[in-house]
Design a protein around this ligand. Sequence first.
Ligand code: RNT
Ligand code: ZN
Length: 418
Amino acid sequence: MSYEEAKKRYASVGIDTDAAIAALKKVPVSLHCWQGDDVHGFDTDPDMPLTGGIQTTGNYPGRARTPEELMADLDTVFAMVPGQPKMNLHACYAIFDNGEWADRDKLEPKHFKKWVDFCKQRGLGCDFNPTFFSHPKCDPLTLSSPNPETRKFWIDHGKACIRISNYLADELGQPCTMNIWTGDGFKDIPADRMGPRVLYRESIDEILKEPYDFSKVKPCIESKVFGIGVEAYTVGSAEFALSYAAMNTDKCIPLMDNGHYHPTEVVSDKIPALLAFFPEIALHITRPVRWDSDHVVLFDDETKEIAKEIVRCGGLNGRVNIALDYFDASVNRVAAWITGFRNVQKALLNALLQPVDELKALQDGGSFTKLMVMQEEMKTMPFGDVWTEYCRVCGKPADGEWLPQIEEYEKKVLVNRV
Ligand code: RNT
Ligand code: ZN
């Protein structure tokens, strides 16, 4: 079927495909830099293990080892994805000039100047994350450590990151979300579950005392259920993170990562619950397989439902900050990056092509039979033709056209990184 025919089919249920395409083109989706190098970064020795209870598995060739390699890979991703990407950096991706180095508590905006130049040249905004893991000062706790010296180091890191986020927002003219996540927790049953949480709360309070304009720098609090090696207790649990955000709505927003809940809980259902209270929320879109495994995002049911809730709740108008968070080292990393980004675009486009008002009227009128049938029949609409048109309008390859180019990039560039 051609786009023109698809457009007519959608018009028959009251949907304007051109309007959907035009709307999606403008929605920023934050692309995480850490898929390109297995969450290593550049500020610690290359043998520093990944800590914090997160893990990349696989040893596919081609991991980016330098800022230049990572930026080249990012450009390859940008060439293959439709829509409006935004960069998302972790503090450990600081770029130091000729032998200069600064520890995390001493990081400065200048260590991100090269990233600012990179974003400016490409017209991108940039989000930011303090890196509270993979560092000798994790004892293994960070912001919730009983050791005041450890806590101070990490509080100073958080403050430095606010100053850097402020710099990114000012230089790039777009708000910067700054996500606070720590892997703090215990492998086995703790004796004191409240103490670390009180310290964590106080540490975040200290970090957020660093001045910032909340319309430009948006600190987020991300919760988690458990990590590898921290199975029994997570300091920043769901209740902790949500309560912190709820008690500090003038200072921060909650962030939900869909890998961070029990397996039968769904973030799609939590989005409208939070938006009933919070003016703004943030998301990490990932794919948990049995645990928070951070598999590449697919065009699967829950990703589609998350996108539908973002659209239905008016989240595309700035109320939902959308970011990606997955890391797979078992396949071509660049192809993984592209696949996840394109799938989030697909899910958002699909959501924009739903007859939201009509379905809502059916629900409100109690017509649940028709609601079920219509929702099912929307699944066989010619979505693929609208997707192909979206890629064309954005000047990006359609499905089937980009992988051969990445295979070439692998042969020419990635395999040489040994
Ligand atoms: C970990 C969290 C966190 C990290 C990134 C690297 O479980 O999801 O967001 O993945 O900060
Ligand atoms: Zn996350």
